[in-house]
Design a protein around this ligand. Sequence first.
Ligand code: ADP
Ligand code: MG
Length: 247
Amino acid sequence: EQQVEAERKRLGVVVHGEDVPKPVGSFVQASLPEHVLGTLRAAGYDAPTPIQRQAWPIAMSGRDVVGLAETGSGKTLAYLLPALVHASAQPPLKEGEGPLCLVLAPTRELACQIESEAARFGAPCGVRTAAVYGGVPKAEQVALLRKAPELLVATPGRLNELLSKKKTELTRCALLALDEARRRYSREAAEIQPRLGFEPQISAILGHMRHDRQSLLFSATWPAEVQTKVLSFLSDQGRPFLFLSLG
Ligand code: ADP
Ligand code: MG
């Protein structure tokens, strides 16, 4: 306990929340699937980054996480690996069923990067991934959705369009990750649905999801003006949640 505190202090980590699980010291300690460990080894990664060490045990215990850490600190795998663990543990999707995990990203570029990282770790575990984003025709994305990916990465505007056209659905989707929660998510949204901004786009998506979903929010910054709104995206505000901040 004291060691955990000392380590957090050394790294400048601030943790808010009750009964917070201890951070993991290594990939093996994190109880990741063997295929994931293999991919981490193949990538030449030696050890989890501080945000991964803190966030994995919390996320894998089913709790919500708000994780704040600087750019380059490994936030993507901090939510993607718990999402893959969740997806692998579910009964297989039936035809026509929507994804088990959803990652929202503010831009097409980021969505593509996240999806390729998800595919790199997911494919060896048998977790199928896909990305949908605006600025390109829908037909190809609709075809990808028909293959029932377990993990979907999306920009909010395009996902709302696909949801309203019933090209996918989120009834089994119990894990939401929001990457770069601070960004306005509005440029693409403004192009597609001029009257809908960042918050309504995300709220509309949440309206399709289970109330007992798990939410993992990761961002490099945490401006005061978005905090209340972003916290309202957590599944249950009454439940203790975690807030990590790296120095
Ligand atoms: P962030 O989203 O916090 O800016 P990323 O998730 O994009 O950071 O990670 C930055 C880089 O570090 C990526 O190339 C990623 O593959 C790599 N990376 C992630 N986790 C580790 C790790 N445990 N060890 C070494 N490199 C890692
Ligand atoms: Mg990132």
